[in-house]
Design a protein around this ligand. Structure first.
Ligand SMILES: CC(C)(COP(=O)(O)OP(=O)(O)OC[C@H]1O[C@@H](n2cnc3c(N)ncnc32)[C@H](O)[C@@H]1OP(=O)(O)O)[C@@H](O)C(=O)NCCC(=O)NCCS
Length: 436
């Protein structure tokens, strides 16, 4: 069963699965799972995610009653630099309405016929019409999304720590007053969401974690029958002197013995704090675990505090890659929402041949880092393609390098340097990067 959703000009019928019919939802999900070569999952898993999906936009294309393409999106928000990252008000957090795109698949039998293009256009039109400032996704294949105007807005890092080397620290482990307490997953569900939300609002590009995201993190999806076979998990919270929880971590222990001695790996599923000193205490807790010889923490930010803690520069290895990609839909809304690092005035031209984000604007930043962004007929100081705008908005890439690589066109000498000064951010990440 499907509902007619919209129709592409090239007669690709874009449909939505009827989510009140579990079998219809299952056939949509199975089509995606088959293309990605991942488990189709259980009925219990599907039933756990269905309530969340009902608030989202699921689309796809069918051929002969079978799904041959899937696409899912929903409204969230994406972090842009606020005062904490630009040297202004440390409590000022900023984000823009963002359409989160996921579950993109086209069956191998139906590739290269424009199905993805039709589904993407349908999604971006909807997102723009309903007030999204950007659309955001994580790319499985990085070569695909540039053509739709997406550009990298943040990066992610998988961190591997050699524990003996990492135990030499550059900061005192007792720097944050308070205590650590072991808890259960239910306790993390009580304190975690607010802490994570506050921490991710200090990480440019980041998105929040919804209920399904929490349930997946706590390994409650797939269903709890897996519990008995599950290796041990440690959950720890840090309490400040007044007893308020200001950080937490969830860590898996993988047992391994080598030459008769312990060689465990600790896998950090999540570690979040609001204060760098608390994050340092939590990382220290993980690295000091007995039996453990290595620690892995995937999907962190390249700006993660952990990278800066050990004195030994090789103790933490980082594998860094593209994280969130943004398709900018409303350039002035994006540039006037972020906080800027220095005052100044620039005329920026954005080129977006197939999309809504192009134009020329005067950017006027005051002493407090607030920008006025107004359309202008003046000659631009700089011209940039739409896929370079996320870097300007989040500071993910050094703009002079972007200019040197041909991604920014400078019409007035000093224009790139001025934009770099205005756009500069100094992120320190105290949470992981939420995928979707
Ligand atoms: C990637 C995928 C969604 C593309 O779907 P599709 O319907 O074949 O895409 P379209 O026909 O609309 O092609 C759009 C353009 O992207 C290009 N393209 C598609 N897949 C590509 C890939 N993997 N690498 C590079 N370019 C690709 C096409 O050549 C086409 O280019 P053109 O407009 O210059 O001709 C599909 O191949 C797929 O599902 N792959 C496996 C799962 C996957 O990687 N999903 C992406 C999740 S992030």
């Amino acid at each position: 069963m499907t509902n007619q959703h919209a129709t592409d000009q090239r007669a690709t019928a874009i449909l939505s699965p009827d989510l009140d019919d579990v079998d219809a939802a299952r056939s949509w999900r199975d089509s995606f799972a088959d293309v990605f070569g991942v488990s189709r999952g259980t009925r219990a898993e599907l039933e756990a995610v269905l309530p969340t999906w009902r608030g989202q936009r699921l689309t796809g294309v069918q051929d002969g009653g079978r799904w041959v393409a899937t696409f899912r999106s929903w409204r969230g928000s994406s972090t842009v630099p606020g005062g904490a990252l630009t040297g202004h008000d440390p409590l000022d957090a900023r984000s823009v309405p963002s359409e989160l795109v996921s579950t993109v698949s086209v069956s191998p039998t139906h590739r290269r016929r424009g199905l993805l293009t039709a589904l993407m256009r349908d999604c971006l039109d909807h997102a723009r019409a309903t007030g999204a400032v950007v659309a955001t996704l994580f790319a499985s294949e990085s070569a695909i999304y540039g053509r739709y105007g997406y550009g990298v807005a943040s990066e992610v890092a998988d961190l591997t720590v050699a524990v003996p080397q990492a135990r030499s620290w550059s900061v005192a482990s007792t720097a944050a007053p308070g205590r650590l307490r072991l808890v259960e997953d239910d306790d993390l569900l009580d304190v975690g969401p607010d802490l994570f939300e506050a921490a991710r609002l200090r990480m440019p590009g980041a998105v929040g974690r919804n209920e399904v995201g929490w349930l997946r993190l706590l390994e409650r999806i797939p269903a709890p029958e897996a519990d008995t076979a599950r290796p041990p998990r440690l959950r720890v919270v840090h309490e400040g002197q007044d007893g308020t929880v200001d950080g937490y971590a969830r860590v898996g222990l993988d047992e391994r013995w080598e030459d008769g001695g312990p060689a465990y790996t600790a896998t950090v599923h999540d570690l979040t704090a609001l204060d760098p000193r608390v994050a340092a205490v939590l990382w220290r807790f993980v690295l000091d675990l007995d039996l453990v010889r290595s620690v892995t923490a995937e999907h962190r930010s390249p700006a993660d505090l952990l990278r800066h803690l050990p004195v030994d520069g090789r103790a933490v290895r980082a594998s860094v890659r593209d994280g969130h990609w943004w398709r900018v839909l409303d350039t002035p809304a994006l540039l006037s929402t972020r906080r800027w690092s220095a005052p100044g005035r620039l005329v920026l031209q954005v080129v977006d041949p197939d999309g809504p984000a192009g134009g020329t604007w005067r950017l006027d930043v005051d002493e407090d880092g607030h920008a006025e962004v107004v359309p202008t007929d003046a000659l631009p100081d700089l011209t940039l393609p739409v896929h370079a705008v996320p870097a300007v908005a989040t500071g993910v890439r050094p703009l002079p390098l972007l200019a040197a690589a041909g991604g920014l066109d400078e019409h007035r000498p000093g224009g790139v340097a001025l934009l770099e000064r205005l756009a500069h951010v100094a992120p320190v990440a105290l949470a992981g990067v939420q995928g979707f």
